[in-house]
Design a protein around this ligand. Structure first.
Ligand code: AMP
Length: 365
């Protein structure tokens, strides 16, 4: 079986989506000698400003998509909400990595949970809600407390509402414009962890150390490494993430978020078929960061060493007005700062992140 040729030095990589993940992918790709073209409906997006070219056009602009494809050697994406039709159109013109399967199984929460359960892995209890008749059945099947989430396009706590009673459920669904949703049972968890891995086209996989994540208002606030999980549980989380990546035939970086229950069980919350916020610590804490691994996988280059080279790391997001703490942060010599150059600091918007590293002490002779 042929796996295709490694991308030649100086080739061009097309990235769908121009947010901070696209920006950090583009910067790392540039260090590996690639040109990057960005496609994003938003002109002046963070990634476009560090790329060789940026096309700003709607996702359904077939002529613009064709133009984009004609100037790149391979296409990847920084977010999972790229419309299916746009990706199919592009896939007929140039290799797309990861493939459409990785998107199809993870864009829609019900499809994603069905896929995860099909692998024998646990999720929260859930019930799909398509029309008003489903509400009572979902309330019966899942019970309360619960969380109502839009099936698609939800991120950073958007498109989800906590529910205590059936009356709350009806009001919340109306508040979400009665779009297709999923009602999820509330998982009693002691902590949230994630596993970020990179998988190559041949199936070779490199897995980063497990991360413990703290969310505030549904948005990732801080990631800690080491995670504090027992070796046994960390091995189980890594193995579940590997199983998911293998089943998708995934090429590139993928993240799996888990809840850890008081009984020590792992419950999969969601899969991100892309580089992930909980993998940002790898930029300062590992031999090879998640962004380089993704570019290597997409380019069909061998993956590199994901080993952590520091004792401990924390990564903290700068959200909204927290960007105003930058003058204090830059005065701290132990802080490594990564800013996304977004033009306005709206509430809940991820503006940047920083890491603090606890170093291995070097032996003094
Ligand atoms: P999500 O966007 O689905 O990752 O949800 C964002 C955050 O909301 C998660 O990281 C959890 O902190 C919380 N959350 C989401 N779903 C559940 C659930 N079923 N049970 C408990 N907490 C949840």
């Amino acid at each position: 079986m042929s796996f295709g040729e490694p991308l030649k030095i100086g080739s061009t990589i097309g990235i769908l989506g121009g947010g901070q993940l696209g920006r950090m992918l583009a910067l790392r790709a540039a260090e590996l000698g690639f040109d990057v073209h960005i496609y994003d409906p938003e002109p002046d997006c963070p990634a476009g400003r560090v790329a060789a070219r940026c096309i700003s056009a709607p996702w359904d602009d077939l002529a613009a998509l064709r133009d984009f494809a004609s100037h790149v050697d391979v296409i990847t994406f920084e977010f999972e909400n790229v419309p299916h039709e746009s990706l199919s159109h592009l896939a007929a013109l140039k290799p797309v990595r990861p493939s459409q399967k990785s998107l199809e199984q993870t864009q829609d929460r019900v499809i994603e949970k069905t896929f995860i359960n099909g692998l024998g892995l646990a999720t929260a209890s859930y019930a799909p809600i398509i029309d008003v008749e489903d509400l009572t059945q979902a309330a019966e099947d899942v019970g309360f407390p619960a969380i109502l989430k839009t099936n698609r396009f939800g991120y950073d706590g958007r498109g989800q509402v906590r529910i205590k009673t059936e009356a709350d459920l009806i009001a919340a669904w109306e508040g979400l414009d009665q779009v297709a949703c999923v009602l999820e049972g509330f998982v009693d968890f002691v902590c949230e962890v994630s596993v970020v891995l990179a998988r190559s086209q041949s199936g070779a996989t490199q897995i980063y150390d497990c991360v413990r994540n703290v969310h505030k208002a549904g948005i990732l606030h801080t990631s800690h490494v080491p995670s504090g999980l027992s070796d046994e549980l960390e091995a189980a989380a890594r193995s579940a993430a590997q199983q998911i990546a293998d089943a998708l035939g995934h090429i590139g970086v993928l993240a799996v978020e888990f809840f850890v229950t008081p009984q020590g069980d792992l419950v999969v919350n969601e899969i991100a078929p892309r580089v992930h916020n909980s993998g940002h610590w790898t930029q300062d804490g590992c031999i090879t960061c998640q962004f380089e691994q993704h570019i290597r996988a997409v380019a069909l280059w061998p993956l590199a060493d994901p080993a952590r080279h520091s004792l401990a790391m924390t990564m903290q997001n700068l959200i909204g007005s927290e960007i105003n703490t930058v003058p204090t942060l830059i005065a701290d010599p132990n802080v490594s700062l990564h800013l996304y150059a977004k033009r306005s600091a709206r509430p809940s918007r991820k503006m940047g992140h920083f890491t603090r590293v606890k170093r291995v002490a070097l032996g003094v002779k």
